[in-house]
Design a protein. Structure first.
Lengths: 386, 345
């Protein structure tokens, strides 16, 4: 009896994987693999809250199918992401994978998505090359070149002649450094030095002192979500602003999740990014107030909209396929979709499967006693990758 | 704690000693049942094969620590270093040896991984010989930190923080391809674990193994009866790093990936924890510990993805407070008590 059950189970799983991923099922499972514990836990929390908010606002049925969200904690370790992805595909028979807090975690899942022909929606990781590594990757977060190039353009146009860059030494950081240097030097500026701090247990003091000694017009910063507070604390301690060095960076540094705790010393800092909780649109006002209510006053950051829009994309794709969950068809349905998100207009590029969206130049300001990234310029429809 | 875990009481009578020695290496019912059950997991839990192979790999790391800690009394927090070296060596062999017939075979990869780890283990064992427990702890930790930083810095080779991508091992022995269900990975890991376990069992039950326990009990006295204490410790430390290296190689091959996380401090600490959890000095302690530890993590993680660490931590504290000597220690105590009561004829 038991043996037969097991055999049937194995057989069914093999069949499902081989040809028809659960054609007849009434429930569509979406498996999110997120770092819910460990150093990147805030990323996981934000994305989960964003995804759940979308479901709460739009109902848990789409095209006649019930959506079931499964959250798995990969602790930020790539071997775990990969194992969980395999289990979600093989055991839970999810129609779509999603999440992926960091670049290495996304890259490790790529082969699973390809082999199982299951679309995988990247809701956080920002290295430009990830999407190309599997034909089943789609992105609703951002890429570093996308967010960085506008910062370089703004700097060149605003009387900044020399820059030192300081980034975390891993995929997204190097992407950011490369994009800034290329764009800034093309516009006639000069990058004096490119500094890279280790990703794990970073100690920024020595790098900041070196940057200070080089006396650039501005210091460009990138660190992943969650490390901004400790970096800015040391930037303030070194008094770079007093030495006449302007602090600029991507919005990852002035992450909405932590910004309020970073102190008034940040007021005036210029960053470029795809999302700010202070984005001025009716969609975003509704989003922020609903998010605050749902999460007991956790301010949504750019990770949360990655999760929110990721679910939006999955819903839109299911509507297009009329509830059909075949991986290739869902993937096709995702290509070229465009809509207005809390972050502004966005679309999925039909050829690259990467995100196209507006990038905003923002300044840290105090609004109603709280620090916000207040947008003052828009660069429309920036492509995620080419 | 260490004294209660000793299974062997030296006997003055030679005949009795011989009988004891032979009796030690006999297979007990529980042992046979354990391995049969392990093999049966293939059919019992067909949907959990990836997790099971991960448990087998963690068990192998814990076993490698048991060899040095449980039998030779060397406290180590650096086993992750050898695990990582094995993983990267095997990963690089699979990546760059792809297509070059013998070199890309996973079994060769195991030896490459284990060999490199053993080499580094041998070289650093001389540092470990110096000083007492606390010093040893610091030295092993230091070695692990150095390896971690080397992995982090040699981006051109290891991929740095982004991890080693593109590890695509050939089919095992040219026949069994690694599949999405983790079938090959499970059988492969279990077979490797079983073979290495048999070797470890032979080692600790041999006179060499007994001498290690003597060193653990009283190094000064062991030296006084003419035992080459340092030589024995170097040997077991090297063997142990070979084991950890093989475990790392298995991990890199079955997950087709290696990252600095493999060398990180928490890997060493987790493995040590599993061993303490299961009970050091029984060979099975690490295996049992890794089964319980990872199963709990999986079950709790499914119930509460955000707070599973709390419950795992609470269980660990409870276990250490109330069950000294780990689960196997508890079982051994119960059995001793039973035989003392029942066997007092």
């Amino acid at each position: 009896m038991l043996r037969r059950q097991i055999l049937t189970g194995v057989g069914a799983a093999a069949l499902a994987l081989a040809a028809f991923p659960a054609l007849a099922q009434e429930t569509v499972k979406v498996g999110l693999i997120l770092p819910m514990t460990g150093p990147s836990a805030s990323t996981g929390r934000q994305i989960e809250a964003g995804a759940r908010l979308w479901i709460a606002q739009n109902g848990d049925t789409v095209a006649g199918k019930k959506i079931q969200l499964i959250i798995k904690d990969d602790t930020g370790a790539a071997d775990q992401s990969k194992r969980l992805a395999t289990e979600l595909v093989v055991n839970d028979k999810v129609a779509v994978l999603g999440g992926f807090g960091l670049t290495p975690l996304a890259l490790s899942v790529g082969p699973v998505a390809t082999q199982a022909k299951v679309p995988a929606v990247i809701m956080a990781a920002g290295t430009s090359t990830i999407v190309a590594s599997s034909p089943y990757f789609v992105r609703t977060s951002f890429t570093l070149p996308q967010n960085t190039a506008p910062m370089a353009q703004w700097s060149a146009a605003n009387n900044i002649k020399t820059v030192v860059t300081l980034v975390s030494d891993y995929g997204p950081g190097l992407d950011s450094e490369k994009a800034f240097k290329a764009e800034f030097e093309a516009k006639g500026g000069k990058v004096l030095e490119t500094l890279r701090a280790p990703l794990a247990n970073p100690e920024f003091a020595a790098f900041l002192q070196k940057a200070k000694d080089l006396k650039p017009d501005a210091l460009f910063l990138f660190v992943p979500s969650g490390q901004g507070a400790s970096l800015m604390k040391q930037v303030n301690e070194r008094e770079l602003a007093k030495a006449g060095i302007k602090i600029i960076g991507t919005g990852d540094v002035t992450d909405d999740d932590q910004l309020n705790g970073m102190g008034d010393a940040l007021i005036g800092m210029i960053t470029s990014h795809n999302y700010s909780a202070a984005h001025d649109s009716p969609e975003n006002k509704a989003y922020v107030s609903a998010f605050l209510k749902a999460t007991n006053n956790m301010r949504p950051n750019f990770m949360s909209v990655g999760g929110y829009d990721g679910m939006a994309l999955i819903y839109k794709a299911l509507e297009k396929t009329k509830g059909e969950t075949d991986g290739a068809k869902l993937l096709d349905a995702m290509k070229g979709v465009s809509w207005t998100s809390p972050r502004g207009p966005m679309s999925i590029d039909a050829t690259t499967r990467d995100i196209t969206q507006n990038v905003y130049i923002r300044e840290v300001k105090k609004v109603d006693g709280q620090l916000y990234n207040v947008e003052f310029a828009t660069i429309a429809n920036v492509k995620g990758s080419n | 704690m260490t004294d209660t875990t000793m299974t062997y009481q030296p006997s003055p009578e030679a005949v009795k000693a011989r009988a004891v020695l032979l009796g030690r290496s006999r297979w007990g019912f529980a042992e046979i049942a354990f391995w049969l059950l392990a093999a049966a997991c293939y059919w019992l839990f067909p949907t959990k094969l990836s997790l099971l192979s991960e448990i087998a790999i963690l068990g192998l790391v814990a076993l490698s620590i048991d060899l040095v800690l449980g039998y030779a009394g060397i406290v180590t927090l650096g086993q992750g270093a050898f695990f990582g070296i094995g993983a990267y060596a095997a990963g690089l062999a699979a990546k760059y040896g792809a297509g070059v017939a013998p070199w890309s075979d996973p079994v060769i990869g195991l030896f490459i991984g284990g060999g490199f780890a053993a080499l580094i283990g041998f070289a650093t064992s001389f540092l470990v010989l110096r000083g007492s427990d606390l010093t040893r702890l610091m030295v092993t930790l230091g070695v692990a930190l150095i390896v971690d930083e080397i992995v982090n810095q040699t981006k051109w080779l290891t991929g740095g923080s982004d991890g080693l991508q593109g590890v695509l091992p050939s089919p095992v022995l040219g026949i069994w391809e690694f599949d999405l269900f983790g079938k090959t990975a499970f059988v492969y890991s279990m077979v490797v674990l079983f073979i290495l376990f048999l070797v470890a069992r032979a080692i600790v039950k041999s006179p060499f193994g007994l001498s290690l326990q003597a060193i653990k009990g009283n190094p000064l006295r062991t030296r006084a009866i003419g035992m080459p204490v340092n030589g024995r410790l170097v040997a077991i430390y090297t063997i142990s790093s070979f084991y950890a290296g093989i475990a790392g190689a298995l991990a890199a091959q079955t997950t087709q990936f290696a990252s600095p996380d493999y060398v990180a401090f928490h890997r060493s600490a987790d493995a040590l924890l599993m061993l303490v959890f299961g009970g050091a000095g029984h060979l099975y302690g690490g295996l049992l510990g890794s089964i319980i530890f990872r199963t709990m993590q999986d079950v709790l993680g499914n119930i509460t993805p955000q707070y599973w660490q709390f419950w795992l931590g609470a269980t660990l504290v409870g276990l250490v407070l109330f069950v000294r000597g780990g689960i196997l220690g508890l079982l051994a105590n119960l059995r001793n008590r039973a035989t003392r009561n029942g066997g007092a004829k």
